[in-house]
Write a protein that binds this ligand. Structure first.
Ligand SMILES: [Zn+2]
Length: 171
C-alpha cells in the first residue's frame, strides 16, 4: 500500500467515524439521566404509598391484567403518577393483549428517558419519566402501528386525566 492510498483510506475511515458519531448523537434519550424533581426515598414513599413506590422508585412490575388502565380507553391524558407530567395520550393507546397499558408513542420525545436494562437475563429498554426519574415500564420495537414501538407501561406509574374538550361530544 503506497502513501497516497494509505492517506485516502485514513480519510475515508475518519469520514465514516464522523458520520457514525453524528448519528450516535441523534437520540436525545440516550443522554445521562438528570431529573429536575429530586426527593428522598422517604418523601417518595409518603407521597406514593407502598404499591406505587415499589413500581416507580424500585423498578417493580405490576401483575399483568391487574392494572386499572390495561383495558381503559377513555379519551384523555396519562400523567406520571410521581410528578404529574403528561406522558401519553389516549390517541396513542392500543390493546397489545400483553396485560399492561400500551402506547405507540409518548406525548413528545422530551418526556420519556430510555435506559438499557440488563436485569432478569434479558436485554430491554427501560422507560423512565424524565422529570422525576420514575420507572414506567419498557419500550419494545414490535409495535403494530406506524411507529413500530410498543411502550409497555405499568398502570401504577400513571394517573389519568379525562379530556374535558372531548367529553362534550353529545353536541
Ligand atoms: Zn414523573
Amino acid at each position: 500500500m503506497n502513501l497516497y492510498s494509505s492517506i485516502s483510506t485514513l480519510a475515508s475511515i475518519s469520514f465514516f467515524v464522523l458520520i457514525t458519531s453524528c448519528q450516535a448523537q441523534t437520540p436525545a434519550t440516550m443522554t445521562t439521566p438528570s431529573h429536575p424533581t429530586i426527593k428522598t426515598d422517604e418523601e417518595w414513599l409518603a407521597q406514593l404509598g407502598p404499591e406505587r413506590y415499589r413500581i416507580l422508585r424500585e423498578k417493580g412490575t405490576e401483575y399483568p391484567r391487574s392494572g386499572e388502565y390495561d383495558q381503559h380507553f377513555e379519551a384523555g391524558q396519562y400523567l406520571c403518577a410521581g410528578c404529574g407530567t403528561p406522558l401519553f395520550s389516549s390517541d396513542s393507546k392500543f390493546d397489545a393483549h400483553c396485560g399492561w397499558p400500551s402506547f405507540d408513542q409518548a406525548t413528545n420525545e422530551e418526556v420519556v428517558l430510555e435506559s438499557r436494562d440488563l436485569s432478569h437475563g434479558m436485554i430491554r429498554t427501560e422507560i423512565l419519566c424524565r422529570q422525576c426519574g420514575g420507572h414506567l415500564g419498557h419500550v419494545f420495537d414490535d409495535g403494530p402501528t406506524a411507529t413500530g414501538l410498543r411502550y409497555c407501561v405499568n398502570s401504577l406509574s400513571l394517573t389519568f386525566e379525562k379530556d374535558s374538550t372531548q367529553s362534550a361530544e353529545a353536541k
